[in-house]
Design a protein. Structure first.
Length: 233
């Protein structure tokens, strides 16, 4: 399974890439600028494998322009600011094909329009994830996930103390992404229901940002009180 991370040179995308490479997945870092992708890959390789480079391991991480990254992937993960989401989806749409899964981690923060990062914008479609589904080609299911995972914790050593809420109208696609999320040590996953529920999950991110600003922390989210099977497939 090959995973393209669009926005993979940013903190969240690079953090997810780091964790999945450590779990043995094949990752393509996507960027508008292939040179930036190459530089990000070099940093990631050194962090994962150390200064000595092993060719077989190197093959697990590569960089490419966004369209090329999507064409080579089974799963495409968007970790980009909301203000460029629509433009990016239109750009990569020709490279998406039925059978792929599009994972959207976009949060419509008011900061994208000069407002506060502790507030979200109203999205005509209901949520950033629903906007992604409207712009994605037919046959490419959209899964909303990873909104509430701290980039700082992804880059640190040790388990990530966070649950990932996964929302989608396509149950098999959601199950695949839940399995992928659980490859990050410490992460549990919760079925968030249909894609329309992503608007609630996106808004929680703004709340967590406010908590982090006031407490100078890296808060995540844990859902308690559910039976054990609710956290696994």
């Amino acid at each position: 399974m090959t995973i393209a991370i669009i926005g993979g040179t940013g903190p969240e995308g690079l953090g997810l890439a780091l964790r999945w490479v450590q779990a043995g997945e094949t990752i393509i870092i996507g960027s508008r600028d292939p040179q930036r992708a190459t530089e990000a890959v070099a940093k990631l390789r050194e962090k994962v494998y150390g200064a000595s480079s092993i060719s077989g391991r190197d093959a697990k991480i590569s960089g490419a322009e966004n369209q090329a990254a999507c064409e080579a992937a089974d799963i495409v993960v968007l970790t980009i600011p909301f203000e460029v989401q629509a433009e990016m989806l239109k750009h990569i749409k020709p490279a998406l094909r039925p059978g792929q899964i599009l994972v959207d981690a976009t949060v419509p923060l008011a900061a994208s329009l000069g407002g506060r990062p502790t507030r979200t914008l109203g999205v005509w479609q209901g949520s950033a994830a629903q906007q992604a589904a409207e712009l994605a080609p037919d046959g490419v299911p959209v899964v909303a996930a990873f909104h509430n995972v701290s980039a700082e914790l992804l880059h640190q050593q040790g388990p990530v103390d966070c649950d990932v809420i996964v929302c989608s109208d396509d149950k098999p696609a959601a199950q695949r992404i839940r399995s992928l999320a659980r490859k990050i040590p410490g992460v549990r996953t919760v079925d968030g229901g249909k894609l329309e529920n992503a608007r609630i999950v996106e808004q929680i991110t703004a709340l967590l940002i406010g908590l982090n600003i006031r407490s100078k922390g890296h808060s995540g989210l844990r859902i308690t009180g559910l039976p054990p099977e609710a956290y696994d497939i």
